[in-house]
Design a protein around this ligand. Structure first.
Ligand code: A2P
Length: 344
């Protein structure tokens, strides 16, 4: 590390995730000598806030990475495809929040609570997993270690912030139009249908197998992060009219029996997890309480009475924090801890 810290680029700094990356870097006092915000030419010259100061946004260009040690990317898949290799070539370590590099066999896909060891083989680009996958594996890894997960059936209830700033505005505008009796003026732009007071069982595009890309990300990324191709995963991903916080109903089948009580005790000790599970007091995780929090919240832990070794869980986390910005910053912190972040 340089005397006064690392030079850090945030690419996509004006976006829903980029802004929170800046917030998280500041609140965790990341050892940054300098933080440089990048976005497209559209917002070059505008400002973003970091540690109470206004930083001027620069346009991301091919030659932007000289002298930068660490680049956190959240500017969409095509931007990452183009710029992440250029950044790595310039000697900078990239933590990329898009899906561009996640399944690349040359790029580790990392959740620090689950597979920090995979950082050891990085070659410049480290992928940050899909938001729904991150919170699920944080909750499931301790169970997999203790009882061996054979199969996962997950249904998601995903907030609009996962789609980005424009989707947040779309939900807010649609709700306003509806309350003003102007429902006929609603014109969905970001989503294929109205999202206000609705649920959309489509996240991202449909693939040849009739699953969506989001659903298959959960299937494939879970196996890569857990380092276990034998886990069977099936997912239904649903967009719901919530601004922040993804929820998931997760059903698992394990090799060894784990009672609900044992599972509660296990997860109470697990890194990054907070158990909120007291049905008689109506205590369970909800997105309104997870918003702005770092933890992955787990509740409604109960045995699946239809099979021998089954459990049901309800998993909630702030998709912009643990699902994106926080996980990326935690990866960077782990790189420093493991002595894997070099100065450019
Ligand atoms: P900009 O504000 O200039 O469009 P969100 O996920 O909330 O939609 O945000 C996407 C982020 O990615 C924004 O900061 C956006 O910047 C940035 N971005 C989009 N396209 C590019 C590009 N070609 N080069 C650099 N940044 C980009």
């Amino acid at each position: 590390m340089k005397k006064d810290g690392y030079v850090v680029a945030v690419c996509g700094a004006t976006g829903a995730v980029g802004r929170v990356m800046l917030e998280v870097l500041a609140e965790r006092d990341f050892p940054a000598a300098e933080v440089i915000p990048f976005a497209s030419s559209r917002s070059a010259g505008s400002t973003v806030e970091y540690k109470g100061r206004e930083l001027t946004v620069r346009e991301l260009k091919e030659d932007s990475f000289a002298g930068i040690d660490l680049a956190l990317f959240s500017a969409g898949g095509s931007t990452s495809e183009k710029f992440a290799p250029l950044a790595a070539k310039a000697g900078c370590v990239v933590v990329d929040n898009s899906s561009a590099w996640r399944m690349d066999p040359g790029c580790p896909l990392v959740v620090p609570e689950v597979n920090p060891h995979d950082l050891a083989w990085h070659k410049g680009i480290i992928a940050n997993p899909n938001c729904s996958t991150i919170q699920m594996v944080v909750a499931l890894k301790p169970i997999h270690d203790a009882a061996g997960i054979r199969r996962i059936v997950v249904s998601t209830y995903q907030a609009v912030s996962g789609t980005g700033q424009k989707a947040i505005e779309e939900l807010a505008n649609q709700v306003q139009l509806m309350f003003n009796g102007r429902v006929e003026e609603i014109e969905p732009k970001v989503y294929p249908h109205r999202i206000a007071f609705n649920c959309l069982p489509q996240i991202d595009v449909f693939l040849d197998n009739d699953y969506t890309k989001e659903e298959m990300k959960m299937v494939n990324e879970t196996k890569k992060i857990m380092g276990d191709e034998s886990i069977r995963v099936t997912a239904t991903a649903v967009r719901v009219p919530v601004f922040f916080g993804h929820s998931e109903a997760v059903n698992i089948e394990t090799a060894k029996k784990l009672t609900a009580r044992d599972c509660r005790a296990l997860l109470s000790q697990a890194p990054g997890v907070r158990v909120l599970d007291n049905p008689s007091e109506r205590i369970y995780p909800m997105p309104i309480e997870a918003q702005g929090q770092d933890a992955t919240f787990v509740g409604r832990i109960r045995e699946d009475e239809t099979i021998d070794n089954g459990l049901n869980l309800w998993v909630v986390s702030d998709n912009i924090r643990k699902g994106a910005a926080l996980n990326a910053v935690q990866i960077a912190e782990k790189l420093i801890e493991m002595n894997l972040l070099r100065v450019a």
